[in-house]
Design a binder for this molecule. Structure first.
Ligand SMILES: NC(=O)c1ccc[n+]([C@@H]2O[C@H](COP(=O)([O-])OP(=O)(O)OC[C@H]3O[C@@H](n4cnc5c(N)ncnc54)[C@H](O)[C@@H]3O)[C@@H](O)[C@H]2O)c1
Length: 457
């Protein structure tokens, strides 16, 4: 099928590459010329395991092209995916300016029937706004071209995006129940047939319910995390191991093991903004989502937990102190630094007078870009960030180690070397990677999240 993807970011690039891999003829549009130049030069602007090979293979097969040419992109695809960003607006609502600009561009150039697919995460009612934007453009040029707007939210996880896209748990598609909607449904059914070979994974529903489903999923996952984080903080006070508790409750099939890890807060491009946007939608309809207010508040506080533990141990004034930080990205296997917990920790440490040596296997270039923004008002603090090229290299002369991202490479370090390199053998583990009892046996002072278990000796 002939597919256009508008927006070649994490979602758009993965969607385009994977649809090309299945034999479709895919045109990826982005207005960011630098991004398109990188892709046309054979590079990849983001870190995503497995993506580079798929892009290269399908580019050379001629099934995947990258361009900034809007008119050509509209002419190409019978199905037009809108996969542009929907960042939070000042009031927390989803900023739809990019989605609506993409819709207007389609309206300006489309000739025959088009299926317009909202793949970006967008609030309930956005499909109508997309249709209105297209209608206005069609009216202006007296065109009677037809289209149908479909909602097809994306559930991929950064770091496992290709695998998630190729083997989705579910495909949610919202279609209008009318003749053009039925035509759109037939296109979507054909496009997604290869994903349903083993068993049917598609959930068909109305457009508004599909839009809502994406927010409901992210809000539920964020709620589980904040719930466990709040319990972990209590566990620290009462002398309980939250990891034991996690096993104890996760074995209940009504609860399950996934997404129950306590840690130093969630980040990324989705949970923080989607929780906020859902709260905002509720307010627009006269309802207060009390649970989500709490989820957000707990998460904001949780990002400060590592800093608080470090200051409780080393004092509020950290002048002359030096800390090693392992992990900058908001989660492993990505270089995405959006709302990453490391940004809060570094802000606290540097503003309290400390210096840091940081290590991340892939996120350093992106980290340098975002730290320049975070410290725009006191750029002299940037001098106090040293970028190590190995995890062990970050430890030399550090008073303690703080772990912020659970990269696999951090899971089994040579603890004797860790001890030997650090000035004080102290670990603040924001992702609960290690067993407290083992740390004690090794002579390491260990501060996890909710792991201050009290036992009778
Ligand atoms: N990143 C994720 O893990 C993820 C997962 C599921 C859903 N989503 C949702 O998917 C959407 C995209 O997220 P992302 O992380 O891929 O964003 P991104 O910021 O990585 O990419 C968006 C791209 O769209 C381009 N763009 C903006 N306006 C454009 C226009 N009018 N025409 C063409 N290109 C345009 C930008 O230049 C950018 O390259 C968001 O709504 C997000 O909430 C993201």
């Amino acid at each position: 099928m002939k597919i256009t993807i508008i927006g070649t970011g994490y979602v758009g690039l993965v969607t385009g590459a994977c649809l090309a891999e299945l034999g479709n003829d895919v045109f990826c549009l982005d207005l960011d010329k630098q991004k398109i130049d990188i892709l046309n030069g054979g590079g990849i602007p983001i870190h995503e395991p497995g993506l580079e090979e798929i892009v290269a293979r399908n580019r050379s097969a001629g099934r995947l092209v990258f361009s900034t040419d809007i008119a050509a992109s509209v002419a190409h695809g019978d199905v037009q995916f809108i996969a542009v960003g929907t960042p939070p607006d000042e009031d927390g609502s989803a900023d739809l300016q990019y989605v609506l600009a993409a819709a207007r561009n389609i309206g300006k150039h489309m000739q025959g029937f088009k299926v317009i697919v909202d793949k970006s995460t967008v609030p309930v009612g956005t499909a109508e706004r997309v249709a209105n934007a297209i209608d206005a453009e069609l009216k202006q040029r007296g065109s009677n071209a037809t289209y149908s707007v479909v909602s097809n939210p994306e559930f991929l996880k950064e770091g496992a995006a290709v695998e998630d896209f190729m083997r989705p748990d579910r495909i949610v598609i919202g279609c209008d129940d009318n003749s053009l909607g039925n035509l759109a449904r037939a296109h979507m059914k054909k496009l997604y047939t290869p994903f349903n070979r083993n068993h049917e994974r598609t959930y068909w529903m109305d457009v508004r319910s599909a839009e809502f489903t994406k927010y409901a999923a992210n809000a539920m996952l964020a709620t589980r995390i904040s719930f466990m984080n709040e319990l972990a903080n209590l566990a620290d006070r009462v002398g309980v191991d939250i990891e034991a508790v996690r096993h104890g409750i996760g074995s209940d099939p009504r609860i399950g093991h996934s997404f129950l890890y306590a840690g130093c807060g969630y980040g990324g491009s989705c949970f923080p903004k989607d929780v906020q946007a859902l709260e905002r939608t509720a307010q627009d309809y006269g309802q207060d989502l009390l649970i989500l207010h709490a989820v957000e508040a707990v998460n904001a506080k949780q990002k400060q937990v590592l800093g608080a533990k470090i200051m409780a141990r080393f004092g509020a004034d950290l002048s002359g102190k030096h800390f090693a930080v392992w992990g900058l990205a908001f989660k492993p296997n990505t270089d995405d630094m959006r709302a990453a917990s490391s940004r809060v920790l570094l802000g606290e440490l540097l503003r309290a007078g400390a210096t840091v040596s940081v290590y991340d296997p892939v996120a350093v270039p992106e980290a340098k870009r975002v730290f320049a923004l975070d410290f725009a008002e006191n750029p002299e603090l940037l001098e106090n960030i040293h970028y190590a090229t190995t995890p062990m290299g970050a430890l030399d002369q550090a008073d303690a180690l703080a772990i912020v991202t659970e990269w696999k490479a951090f899971r089994s370090p040579d603890f004797e070397q860790v001890k030997a390199r650090l000035k004080h053998a102290v670990i603040f583990d924001g992702r609960n990677l290690f067993e407290p009892a083992l740390m004690t046996d090794l002579g390491l002072e260990y501060h996890g999240i909710g792991r201050s278990v009290l036992t009778r000796s």
